[in-house]
Structure formats: C-alpha cells, structure tokens
Design a protein around this ligand. Sequence first.
Ligand code: B12
Ligand code: SF4
Ligand code: SF4
Length: 420
Amino acid sequence: MPGSNPAPVSAPYWRTICPACRRPDIMPTSTSRPTGEGPGPAGADWDGVALVDAMRREALALGFDAIGITGPDAIPKAGGRLDRFLAMGRHGDMDWLVAKAARRGHPNALWPEARSIIMLGLNYGPDDNPLDRLAQVERGNVSVYAERKDYHVVVKKRLKTLARWLVAQAGGELKVFVDTAPVMEKPLAQAAGLGWQGKHSNLVSRDFGSWLFLGSIFTTLSLPFDNGEADHCGGCQRCLEICPTAAFPAPYQLDARRCLSYLSIEHQGHIETEFRKPMGNRIFGCDDCLAVCPWNKFASLARDAALTPRSGLGTPDLGKLLQLDDSAFRNLYAGTPVKRLGRDRFLRNVLIAAGNSGNGQLSVGIEPLLADPSPLVRAMAVWALLQLRGVNALASLAPAYLRGEADPDVRAEWATAISS
Ligand code: B12
Ligand code: SF4
Ligand code: SF4
C-alpha cells in the first residue's frame, strides 16, 4: 500500500557474501532502522531490519543465493506491458497467460492483503558454455535449466521452509510462488534488487549472470524494502544479435511465437517449417541469449547438490531418444522439467534435431516413426527423413504411408516433402 511501508533501505544481503568461501558476512547489511510499521514479532525483541537480516541468513543457509524485498506497488509499468504483449498475440498458445492477466500484472490484485514481497534467487550456473553444445549436432541439446531436478520442486520446498521460519519469528500470513501462480517474477526481482531485466527480458544478476531461478514469498508483514537494481546492459546487444530466430522485435521485448524455448516447450502443435533448421539440435529450451551475456563472467557454478545436472541429460544420444515409448520417456525424465512436455512433443523436437544432424544412420530409427500413433511425430518423421535421405527416398515410401493417413497436417507434410 502506498505510504504504509516507507522503504528504509538495506542492501540485499547476498552482496556481502564472500565470493571465495560463499559464507555470509556476519556484519549486518544495514544500519538504518525502518520508520514504517514494524512486523511486530510476537514475544521477540526484533525490529524490521534485524528480522530481515536474520531472514537473509536463513535464506542463504537454506541454499538460496539471492534475496531482496519489495512491495506490491513496485512494478507499476509491468501490467500495461503485459497487456500489450498479450494484445499483440506474442504469447502464442500460452492461453494461461491471458486467463489471469489482471492478477499477474498487479500483485495486489492477486492478493490484496500482501504488504511485502520477498524475492529469492537460486543459482543454477552451468559448468560448461551452453553454446558449445550447439556444435554437437549428432546429439540432442537440452537447456541448462532442464538437465536437472525440476526447479519448481526445489525452490518451492525451500520457500515453504523459509516461510515457516518467518511465521515463527514474526507471524503474519504468507503465500509462496514459483512460476505456479500469476506473478511477474522478473520485474519484481528487479524491484527487489536481485538484478535487472536485460534486453533478452530475463533477469541478469551482477553476481550470477543469467543463471538464477526465481521464487517469491508474499506476506502481510510490512518489511523494509531493498533498492531496485538499475539496468546495466548499456550499449550491449549480444543477446539480441545471437537469437537464431529473430525473436526480439525490440530490446526488452520478446515475441514468444518465434522463440525456440516457447516452440520446443510450450507450443502444442506442429513447429512451422521456418523454425526447424534454426532449431538445430535444441530439443528442450534454448540458452543462446542467456549464455552470450557478458555478465556471465561473474557467474559461478551451481553450489546446490539438489541442482546437480543428471549425467547424460544435457546432450543425449539422438538415436536412443528416437526409440522412446511413453513409459521409457517418463522413466528417463522423471523429476525433470522435460517430463511435463510428454513423449509426443518431445519426439517432435528430437526428430527435428535428427533431421538437422546430417547423420544418415539415424534414418533407421526415424522410419518406424512414420507410422507412430501421434500425428505430431509422424509429420516430423517425414520432415526428418527428407533432410537425411532426400526427396526420391521419400517419394518411394509415400504411397504406402499415405494410403492409411487421415490426418490433414501429416498429409500436407508428405505433399510438401515429395514435391520439394
Ligand atoms: C511465460 C514464460 C516464458 C515464455 C515467455 C518468456 C517471456 N520473456 O515472456 C517462454 C516459454 C518463451 C519462456 C522462455 C524462457 N524462460 Co520463462 N517464464 C515465463 C513465465 C512463466 C512468465 C513470464 C512473463 O510474465 N512473460 C510475459 C512478459 C510480458 O513479461 P516480461 O518478460 O517480464 O516482459 C517484460 C519486458 O517485456 C519488459 N519491457 C517491455 N517493454 C519494455 C521497454 C523497456 C524500455 C524496458 C526496460 C522493459 C520493457 O517489461 C515487461 C514486464 O516486466 C516466468 C515465470 C513467472 N511467473 O514470471 C518464467 C521465467 C521468466 N522463465 C525463466 C526461464 C529460465 C526461461 C528460459 C531461459 C528457459 C530456457 N532455457 O529455455 C527461456 C528464456 C527465453 C527468453 N529470452 O525470455 C525464468 C527466468 C529467470 C530469470 N533469471 O529471469 C522464469 C522467471 C521462471 C523462474 N521462476 O525462474 N518463458
Ligand atoms: S531463448 Fe533462444 S530463441 Fe528464445 S529469444 Fe533467446 S536466443 Fe532467441
Ligand atoms: S547480453 Fe548484453 S544486452 Fe543482453 S542482457 Fe546481457 S548485457 Fe544486456
């Protein structure tokens, strides 16, 4: 609420962590005292600043890497920008963004009683340069965030633990969110001082580069706010320039319909022809615009055991992936974000990567998929075989498969392939 929380500023605690040992500095981060209403912890001699300093220590002990506090009124421009994004149709078929847009754009519309928003970041810095994976065309390329345990699970568990701690210290009501509710996490994280929304629209941290997962705790407590972070992109345009599908109509704006992350993860249907070659070997998500950011030179390896990448998941063997049935897919990706995609859309992506691999031996695994129960898979099997074997081979197979083919999209894919 305006005026109810007159923002005494304390620097975000994580900036005082010693980069060498990753242990929190024991000095308090703030000497200023909140002048607004305090949280009033029951039976304890806390003031707002002391409570927040203790909470920062607690958050770090729980494995979070960044924490800052802001208020529900801190992102006045975000709702209008979201509305424009949606009005231009840039969300593609992510209808869930439209459904709760009013609440997403305005934190107090989501929960009118919220007085403070605690933003948390968890570092998932990779141990390699994700751009190097693009050159391994004979293997699939799963984006850095997805080659490990689902961050929703990891972050949410910790948010709940921290929330319980806060309730025990200071009371109040709390709600925790990690990408599971209509919350604009990036602008809120910027307002809380965790970093800034770069020209690729994601949050960039001075300490962790592009590699922070975000989560939030909304609370009815009035806590002292942190300073927001300024934009440090300057004249840099690297993320805009590297994008393989020209998905940025302007700096800070993304047209998700052109983004390979959207196409490979969120998009339900067939992937349009113009995006198939640029997809290269990306079979789940894309890291190019994140990986190229010069601020990653300050990034560090994820320190969290819960986020250790699973062996072989980052650059899997395409030949093996082509053989996955539903249960093998579920077993392989259990507990990771990839599982939510489902086997059919995953195979759609794998077939595009196989078509781009230049490895003719993969056609042995592709041909049986011409008869797959899923039209998404059948259509991309046609495209992939065309890339690897050429039009004459496709034309000789076409009569047998077209005879029983009722799906109009798959028929269209055959027609395009044999007339190319
Ligand atoms: C929808 C969504 C997607 C969509 C759309 C992405 C997008 N940029 O909107 C798709 C599927 C494409 C996607 C992809 C990815 N996502 Co995503 N996604 C989300 C989600 C659920 C909502 C984001 C949203 O509100 N989008 C709507 C648009 C309108 O909001 P916005 O991006 O903030 O838009 C701002 C800018 O356009 C800006 N703006 C507009 N005009 C102007 C003008 C000026 C001058 C300025 C300064 C700013 C500005 O203001 C807008 C409002 O802040 C969030 C989780 C959450 N609840 O917030 C995760 C989230 C953003 N995703 C995340 C990740 C990791 C990714 C990927 C990296 C995954 C991958 N490796 O494939 C990619 C990155 C692609 C990219 N370049 O954005 C993380 C990002 C963490 C971080 N450090 O920022 C989040 C926060 C999830 C999380 N909890 O950690 N994602
Ligand atoms: S994630 Fe990839 S496709 Fe999407 S905007 Fe970034 S570079 Fe472009
Ligand atoms: S690559 Fe450059 S422009 Fe893009 S987010 Fe990083 S600093 Fe900003």
